[in-house]
Structures are given as structure tokens and as C-alpha cells.
Design a protein around this ligand. Structure first.
Ligand SMILES: Nc1ncnc2c1ncn2[C@@H]1O[C@H](COP(=O)(O)OP(=O)(O)O)[C@@H](O)[C@H]1O
Ligand SMILES: [Mg+2]
Length: 282
């Protein structure tokens, strides 16, 4: 097995989880699929929800990504499910797993093999309670591993407030005690992309939704140790405090030819809270 084969055998697993239906898992998984494809990664999407919404939402692309139904029907099917996932991993840099709601079995199974779990959560009491239950299951699964993985990030989801009023919602989500990924705002482009059968990056390139997803995609890729495509300057630049223009470039320039990012009030929070955690410098 050559060097590149060995690398391929270690395709990362990023799991989009949340026991509550409607918290934004499939929307985030599809958006990230597009953003990460754009970053030049070889991708597979494993749709564990028997409803098949993720596969349907990516039915027309991205062309290079493998898109597969991967339902887990009971404990007896676990071994076969893990083997299918291993096959997806062997052929991809990164496998994105979209989980179904309500069922802790696929949640725990995915946590046993995942490198990173993304937990979309809106700042409501109902969703925060569901997120806490989800975190409980994830932590139990993680306790069964020796490597301390998966990392778990909350992804603020469907943030509806105006930029000047996002502090309270984000603070509520921070109360979960997880590092926060950059937020995904409530925007209609996700639904339009779904109807088109394409991720937002292809259905609405350059849109605010696309820019948000590009930032989350970069954070995800860096967290699991994958660099963005070589065409980008310095791949993932250092985010160290005081890195000046390099850090600014990371915040201001999403992949490709998109315009400046409007991170507004998130910027300080990202710099002060998220990045130090990602870099292990907190
Ligand atoms: N950021 C967002 N902006 C607008 N609508 C969203 C957003 N996130 C999710 N939705 C909508 O909310 C509903 C539930 O989202 P979905 O991704 O299917 O959640 P889940 O997969 O967790 O059940 C869908 O109709 C979806 O289009
Ligand atoms: Mg879903």
C-alpha cells in the first residue's frame, strides 16, 4: 500500500448529529458537502436517516462526491453498517454522516467512529434541552474510546436575530459548554438549494449562505487535519493571536472568488473563543 493509499484509508468521519428532528442536520450536512467539495476534498455522504433527505438534496451534485443511503436498522446490523462506512472511508478524504433524529443507536455508533461531531442547535429552550440529551449520548460513546474523540462542536443554527442582536442567542448556545462553530443564519437559500437538488455552493454561489458554509467548512477541515486545496494561499493559515494579516485572511476570505465575509459581531467571539479551542491554545 503506497503512501497515498494509506492516507486514503484514514478518511476522516464528520458526523452531523442531533436527536431532535428539524434542528438543521440535513441542511448543514448538504451545505458542508458543497463547501468541502469546493475545497478540493474527496467526499462521501452517508445518509443514515431512512427518509433519505440528504441523498435527495444532493441528487444533482456535487458530481465528484459519493452519495449513499446508509441506514442502521438495529443493533444486529451494526457490523455490516460499520463495514459499509469503512468502505466509504477508504475511498474518501472525508465522510459526512447525516444522522436521523430520535434514535440513539446510530448516534452512538457514529460517535464511536467519528472524528468530529457537529451539533446544530437553535437558541431555544426546547432545542438546548435536546442538545444536552444528545451530548449525553455522545459522551457515553466517547468514554468507550481511547483516543478522546470525537470532538464535538455546537453549530448555532437558524440564527434569526439581526447582527446587532446575536449576542444573547450565541450566549445561550455557549451554555452547552461546547466550542461553537461559526453560525448558520436563518436564510431561504437552503430550501431553494434543496429543491434544486444541489448544495448551496452550486445552487447559489456567492450567496450569504454559501459564505457562511465556506467558513464552517474551513473550520471543519482544519479541525480534522485536512488542508484546503493547494490553490489557496498557505492552505490553512496560522490563526495564532497576533498573526495579523494571516488571521484576517482566514476570517475575511472564504475559498474561491467570494466577496468579503460579513462576520460582524461574530468575529471577536470566533477569535477569542473558537480559534483558541481549535488550536488547543485555550
Ligand atoms: N439555516 C436555515 N435557514 C433556513 N431554513 C433552515 C435552516 N436550517 C434548517 N432549515 C429548515 O428547517 C427544516 C429542518 O431542517 P433539516 O435540515 O431538515 O433538519 P434535520 O435534518 O435536523 O431534521 C427544513 O425545512 C430546512 O429547510
Ligand atoms: Mg435530517
Amino acid at each position: 500500500m503506497g503512501e497515498s493509499d494509506r492516507k486514503r484509508a484514514a478518511g476522516r468521519v464528520v458526523v452531523v448529529a442531533g436527536l431532535k428532528g428539524g434542528c438543521g442536520k440535513t441542511t448543514l450536512a448538504l451545505g458542508l458537502l458543497g463547501a468541502l467539495a469546493e475545497a478540493g476534498l474527496a467526499l462521501a455522504l452517508g445518509d443514515v436517516d431512512p427518509l433519505g433527505a440528504a441523498v435527495a438534496g444532493a441528487r444533482r451534485g456535487p458530481a465528484g462526491a459519493v452519495r449513499r443511503a446508509l441506514p442502521l436498522r438495529g443493533k444486529a446490523a451494526l457490523r455490516a453498517w460499520l463495514e459499509e462506512l469503512a468502505a466509504l472511508r477508504a475511498a474518501a478524504d472525508l465522510v459526512l454522516i447525516d444522522l436521523p433524529p430520535a434514535d440513539p443507536l446510530p448516534l452512538a455508533a457514529a460517535a464511536l467512529v467519528g472524528d468530529l461531531v457537529l451539533l446544530p442547535v437553535a437558541p431555544t429552550a426546547l432545542e438546548l434541552a435536546a442538545a444536552r440529551a444528545t451530548i449525553g449520548w455522545l459522551e457515553r460513546a466517547r468514554a468507550g474510546r481511547r483516543d478522546g474523540l470525537p470532538r464535538i462542536f455546537a453549530v448555532p443554527s437558524r440564527i434569526a436575530a439581526l447582527p446587532s442582536a446575536v449576542r444573547a442567542p450565541l450566549a445561550a448556545i455557549e451554555g452547552l459548554g461546547l466550542p461553537l462553530a461559526p453560525p448558520l443564519r436563518l436564510r431561504d437559500g437552503h430550501d431553494r438549494a434543496y429543491r434544486a437538488g444541489l448544495p448551496v455552493s452550486l445552487a447559489a454561489p456567492g450567496s450569504p449562505e454559501h459564505r457562511e458554509l465556506a467558513v464552517i467548512g474551513r473550520v471543519v477541515a482544519e479541525t480534522v487535519g485536512l488542508a484546503a486545496r493547494p490553490a489557496e494561499p498557505a492552505a490553512m493559515p496560522s490563526l495564532a493571536r497576533g498573526a495579523g494579516p494571516v488571521r484576517a485572511a482566514y476570517l475575511d476570505e472564504p475559498p474561491g472568488a467570494l466577496g468579503p465575509l460579513d462576520l460582524g459581531p461574530y468575529r471577536r467571539r470566533l477569535r477569542d473563543r473558537l480559534f483558541p479551542i481549535l488550536l488547543g491554545r485555550s
